[in-house]
Write a protein that binds this ligand. Structure first.
Ligand code: FAD
Length: 475
């Protein structure tokens, strides 16, 4: 049956972009619905992304740290790992967070319409209702009318065409399902997602190979920072294949055989027990009937928006992974708030100077704003200041003296325009550098701010003092 419910705002997609937009619009007093095909809110981030990966990574980091205690005279027996219980821990974390979202939607009186949504014209969306865990369609359809709509339909895993179907070949979702720990694992794609999942599996006992088309892992971060991570992680890898292409994947009874092409590629196909394909994500722009609403979609499936998050159709907004890189949850949430405020009649703009990126590996690698590599490429004159954690008493005490904190200043204005941290909790600390950039701080502002001693976060103040020439903690 078709109810013609009329909403101020219909949000397509219940991920971090979608639910944030819906809740913000409801808080403005608007009548709001979320259309989401899956049983829970939270999208990729909560269900098969940020949160379950961190639930596993936390356990891996604790295991790694306990191993390192041996050098201090504290030795534990090798961990006994009950993979079913670990998986259920991860599932409980996800359930608790998605359950929380359902409650928050209810308090705000946001309607959740369970189904596959497709725009049929600029003011209506048709929803094929779904039930069950997945997105099984019930055969029932409902149509919602809206004054404004916010497209937050996210992205999906890119599948490589030559890869066969086999339970030993997984994407990030399959890797998070944690069915078994392989002896030998290949990661196709040396980006954040692949390396995070590799960290988990390696700590649980897998040997890793990684293949990457570009000339380095963790693209986007400065090489000097990535090198610190790599040195600490060499023990996990048998082979790091850079500038290398994967050209064939064959599933045989005794393993998955993969052929590579590149200067240092092994001549013979290599055998793996598990292959993780982490070669990127594609936006869902072409799958939602955008054309029926008059919304332009790029060839690759992205939807272009202006600084108010408006598409080419003024009452239709788009946010999150579907509008472009970086595909990160915190970017989606901030765009969501802008779109919701505009739906409520305010004049809001997305004008973040910087968006941080974090690899929650061990150690973590976090970066924001201008990198050294980027400055070189773009001819921007910079001053950089690096504080090596070997000079931090807390880092030495914590056994993480290999870490580093780097700040990048504009040479002309002296203002901070970038920064990076490698070490445990780098992701938790990078926020201070983000704030410093947003507030237009120079080295003095940061260096004269009293940071608590002894902390890892203090390294940010010390790096600023390096820039000022007043750091007394370096030889
Ligand atoms: P999504 O989260 O993709 O949500 C879109 C929602 O729309 C989905 O729930 C989908 O079911 C629904 N939908 C789509 N089309 C329709 C339709 N036609 N009808 C009904 N519903 C529809 N980001 C970070 O910032 N930090 C991290 O640590 C991090 N870790 C990650 C780890 C992994 C393994 C992965 C895969 C991603 C990770 N990300 C991380 C990225 C992050 O998950 C995404 O950037 C974020 O989820 C994007 O939010 P979104 O709201 O744009 O879209």
């Amino acid at each position: 049956g078709s109810s013609d419910a009329e909403y101020d705002v219909v949000v397509l997609g219940g991920g971090p972009g979608g639910y944030s937009a819906a809740f913000a619009a409801a808080d403005e007093g608007l009548k709001v619905a979320i259309v989401e095909r899956y049983a829970t809110l939270g999208g990729v981030c909560l269900n098969v992304g940020c949160i379950p990966s961190k639930a596993l990574l936390h356990n891996a980091a604790v295991i790694d740290e306990i191993k390192e205690l041996k050098a201090n005279g504290i030795e534990y027996p090798a961990p006994k790992i009950d993979i079913d219980q670990l998986r259920s821990y991860k599932e409980k974390v996800v359930a608790r967070m998605t359950g929380g979202l359902a409650g928050m939607a209810k308090t705000r009186k946001v309607d959740i319409i369970r189904g596959n949504g497709r725009y049929i014209d600029p003011h209506h969306i048709e929803v094929k209702l779904t039930s069950g865990e997945g997105k099984v369609e019930t055969g029932e359809t409902t149509t919602l009318a809206f004054k404004n709509t916010i497209i937050a339909a996210g992205s999906r895993v890119v599948n490589l065409p030559f890869i066969p179907e086999d339970p030993r070949i997984v994407d990030s979702t399959g890797a998070l399902a944690l069915k078994f720990v392989p002896e030998k694992m290949l990661i196709i794609g040396g980006g954040i997602i692949g390396l995070e999942m590799g960290t988990v599996y390696s700590t649980l006992g897998a040997r890793l190979d990684v293949v990457e088309m570009m000339d380095g892992l963790m693209q986007g971060a400065d090489r000097d920072m990535v090198r610190i991570w790599q040195k600490k992680n060499e023990h996990r890898f048998d082979n790091i294949m850079l500038n290398t292409k994967t050209t064939a994947v064959e599933a045989r009874e005794d393993g998955i055989y993969v052929t590579f092409e590149g200067a240092k590629a092994p001549a013979e196909p290599q055998r793996y027990d598990l292959v993780l394909v982490a070669a990127g994500r594609a936006p869902n722009g072409k799958l939602i009937g955008a054309e029926n609403a008059g919304v332009s979609v790029t060839d690759r499936g992205f939807i272009n928006v202006d600084k108010q998050m408006r598409t080419n159709v003024p009452h239709i907004y788009a946010i999150g992974d579907i509008v472009g890189q970086p595909m990160l949850a915190h970017k989606a949430v901030h765009e969501a708030h802008v779109a919701a405020e505009n739906c409520a009649g305010h004049q809001a703009y997305f004008d973040a100077r910087v968006i941080p990126g974090v690899a929650y590996t061990n150690p973590e690698v976090a970066w924001v704003g201008m990198t050294e590599d980027q400055a070189k490429k773009e001819g921007v004159k910079i001053n950089k200041a690096v504080f090596p954690w070997a000079a931090s008493g807390r880092a030495v005490a914590n056994g993480c003296s290999e870490g580093a904190t780097k700040l990048i200043f504009d040479a002309d204005s002296g203002l901070i325009i970038g920064g990076a941290i490698v070490g445990p909790s780098a992701g938790d600390m990078i926020g201070e550098i983000c704030l410093a950039i947003e507030m237009g701080c120079d080295a003095d502002d940061i260096g004269r701010t009293i940071h608590p001693h002894p902390t890892l976060g203090e390294s940010i103040g010390m790096a600023a003092e390096v820039a000022m020439g007043t750091c007394t903690d370096l030889p």
